[in-house]
Ligand binder design. Structure first.
Ligand code: ADP
Ligand code: MG
Length: 246
């Protein structure tokens, strides 16, 4: 089971407190959406969860792996954490000189030491799953933004993560292309993947996620069951935010 626990996590850049005592838990198989205005610390929180940014204090626990943020984590723990928790960003960052297939296979060979044939087979399976098997021999530049993001999702899934973090995966896309990415994410959620999704897609937050966390100024200002938060937000700050984005 891969529960995620964030206990009293804080992060500062110089004197600027970007995350101020963040606490939440996510059960294995849950989908949580994080929403909130720009600059509220959503990306920083995701980056702290898989230690792309080390928090200043608190505890991050993923399954049986527990990181006390005031101690320097062992490299073996960091490697394990990043294999356990996959991440997809707003920008797809595919390698332009590699085919779609090789983009999905490379990390499997480097990180998991999978033989090339096995990695390519797994990549094809995942490309089929995101509806892009026919693009396997193309280069990323020949793919639309929505296709590139689906390839990035396949690449992250290829490392067999137990949980996935998404940071505004559709923000750079036209609505129609965003929709094909959201469909893949919805299907992934239906397989029971544990997911944390930072998003401005309020319909995804309401219809796909189990819970919603609302952030503002580095804090969680509201947290609860999705429909309840989206339909009857309790704080004026959340009401104001939802009014602005809808
Ligand atoms: P969000 O994703 O909600 O828009 P971010 O997590 O990107 O918010 O940023 C939160 C705050 O932290 C912002 O004020 C931003 O300017 C600041 N910040 C983010 N990354 C850095 C950094 N590497 N150095 C200094 N300040 C940063
Ligand atoms: Mg962000």
């Amino acid at each position: 089971m891969t529960d995620i626990r964030v206990d009293s996590v804080s992060k500062r850049y110089g004197k600027h407190v970007v995350l101020d005592d963040i606490n939440f838990r996510i059960k294995s198989g849950e989908v949580v959406a994080i929403i909130g205005p720009s600059g509220s610390g959503k990306s920083t929180l995701l980056r702290c969860i898989n230690y792309l940014e080390p928090p200043n204090s608190g505890i991050i626990a993923v399954g049986d792996l527990q990181m006390d943020c005031e101690a320097r984590p062992a490299n073996t723990d960091l490697d394990r954490l990043r294999r356990t928790v996959g991440m997809v960003f707003q920008s797809f960052n595919l390698f332009p000189h590699l085919t779609v297939l090789r983009n999905v296979s490379l990390a499997q060979e480097r990180v998991l030491k999978r033989p090339r044939k096995e990695a390519d087979e797994r990549s094809m399976e995942l490309l089929r799953r995101v509806g892009l098997a026919d693009k396997s021999e193309q280069y990323p530049s020949r793919c639309s933004g929505g296709q590139q993001q689906r390839i990035a999702i396949a690449r992250a899934l290829a490392l067999d993560p137990k949980a996935m973090l998404f940071d505004e995966p559709t923000s750079a896309l036209d609505p129609e292309l965003g929709l094909e990415v959201l469909t893949v994410m919805r299907e992934l959620a239906e397989t029971g993947m544990t997911m944390i999704v930072v998003t401005h897609e309020m319909r995804f937050a309401e219809n796909v996620s189990d819970r919603v966390i609302v952030m503002a100024d580095g804090r969680i200002i509201e947290h609860g069951e999705s429909a309840a938060i989206m339909r009857s937000p309790q704080t004026a700050r959340t009401q104001q935010f939802l009014h602005a984005v809808r």
